[in-house]
Write a protein that binds this ligand. Structure first.
Ligand code: ZN
Length: 148
């Protein structure tokens, strides 16, 4: 179990130091801002939806390792998925980190690295902030998301 935890920690550190899909695309279709005042994390999610699918997704932001790694892994997870699938992933991820669900299914495999945050309610907000912001971007919400 501790080996697994070490591996999870490595993935989180890797993604927080070298976030994937980081940056603002030249052609922004939809976006939303998110803020986690408890930790000071801020995330902006940029989204291009074509034919009901997440054709492109990226983010900018700053914050703790958990929030940045979560945003990075989220963009990898939802790219190419339908809007309905992306929403379902958010629901599942939320249930996972809040301890309502056990291990994720295959599609969410990589997100299992956040299993450890369920023991820390403050960290749950860091991990879910990018997802809340993604949902806001899907709905083109103008108002910034806050975890409070
Ligand atoms: Zn945080």
């Amino acid at each position: 179990m501790s080996d697994l935890r070490d591996l999870y920690q490595e993935v989180i550190v890797d993604h927080s130091k070298r976030p994937r899909n980081f940056g603002k695309p030249a052609d922004v279709h939809q976006h939303a801002d998110g803020h986690n005042p408890l930790c000071g994390d801020t995330v902006t999610v940029y989204l291009t939806v074509e034919g009901g699918k997440v054709a492109d997704v990226s983010f900018e932001g700053r914050g703790c390792a958990i929030s940045m790694a979560s945003a990075s892994l989220m963009t990898e997870a939802v790219k190419g998925k339908t809007v309905a699938e992306a929403r379902a992933m958010f629901e599942h991820f939320h249930r996972l980190v809040t301890g309502k669900d056990e291990f994720p299914d295959d599609a969410l495999d990589k997100l299992a690295v956040f299993e450890g945050v369920r023991d820390y309610p403050v960290r749950v907000k860091c991990a879910t902030l990018p997802w809340h912001t993604l949902v806001a971007a899907l709905e083109s919400r103008a108002e910034a998301v806050s975890t409070e």
